[in-house]
Design a protein around this ligand. Structure first.
Ligand code: SAM
Length: 265
């Protein structure tokens, strides 16, 4: 097992429950100005606040997010989008769930329990973020009634889901969306060109998924467009638009990952 994998298991498997207790019972890890202290931030690289604001701008411009929408943030992490959404759309009907308990606790505490921002922790297994989780992602039923949402988004989450999990999540998203509802996902869309400056080399294939590491598949997962179309179609969703990110190293773009706008057909 690599050192990086051992450190991740220590962080998300062993230290995470302790961090959760500290966050809920002290002010030690509260951070400043709605930004978590760096050692507990697992949202990804870059400036937490700026990227959160930028993702909300993209939800508005690309997915037509409006204050009246009923939205779900799948894999809401440590509140990188929930916090700017609460600042900009204080009465938004928002629900989010994540598999890292302390991320949910930190966000709830920082939001000061806004009742229209409903956050749930679910103990779903992911080899990267929750290695000892009890619930398999491919069987998880979203905590949401059918036909009850206008917009579902998942930023940097399908990049950690292999095929069976991604299919189940798309099916669940389709179930929860109302007719004509929208979905905004970020993803790594793999093509057949060799991109020498790409941030990930997706050289292993497991079903429809391309993974950067065979020993730790859920670290970084990509799909080609045919696979994405097939999974979306099987979930009753259609792809409306694709936005290319800069991760391949061949273009300058708004975002690092690619993004996809879908609708419930
Ligand atoms: C890079 S972080 C992004 C977090 C957040 N969406 C954001 O943009 O700040 C990836 C997130 O995916 C979550 N995740 C991984 N597997 C998941 C699953 N099966 N269901 C829900 N969330 C998952 C992780 O816990 C982590 O919060």
């Amino acid at each position: 097992m690599s050192l990086a994998k051992i450190l991740r298991i220590l962080k998300y498997g062993i230290a995470a429950p302790v961090l959760d207790v500290i966050i809920r019972n002290s002010t030690l890890l509260d951070g400043r100005m709605g930004v978590p202290p760096e050692p507990i931030n697992f949202a990804g690289g870059g400036n937490f606040r700026e990227i959160g604001e930028q993702q909300v701008d993209l939800l508005v411009s690309r997915a037509r997010l409006s204050a009246e929408d009923r939205v779900m943030d799948v894999g809401c992490g440590i509140g990188r989008l929930a916090l700017p959404l609460a600042r900009r759309f204080p009465s938004l009907d928002y629900s989010g769930f994540d598999i890292v308990r302390y991320g949910v606790s930190w966000t709830r505490k920082t939001l000061r329990e806004k009742p229209n921002f409903k956050l749930t922790h679910v103990d779903i297994r992911n080899s990267f973020y929750n290695p000892f989780g009890r619930v398999p992602a491919e069987q998880f039923v979203f905590p949401q009634t059918s036909d009850s949402l206008d917009l579902v988004f998942a930023t940097s989450v399908f990049t950690h889901l292999t095929e069976a999990s991604a299919r189940n999540y798309l099916k669940e998203i389709g179930r929860c969306l109302s007719q004509g509802g929208r979905v905004y996902l970020t993803a790594f869309i793999v093509d057949d060109q060799a991109h020498s400056r790409a941030a990930f080399k997706f050289s292993n294939r497991i079903g429809l998924a391309y993974v950067a590491s065979r020993s730790e598949p859920e670290m970084a997962v990509g799909y080609d467009i045919v696979g994405l179309q097939r999974m979306a179609h099987d979930a009753g969703l259609s792809i409306c638009e694709i936005f290319r990110g800069s991760w391949r190293g061949d273009i300058v773009a708004h975002d690092f990952q690619d993004a996809i706008l879908l609708s419930r057909s």
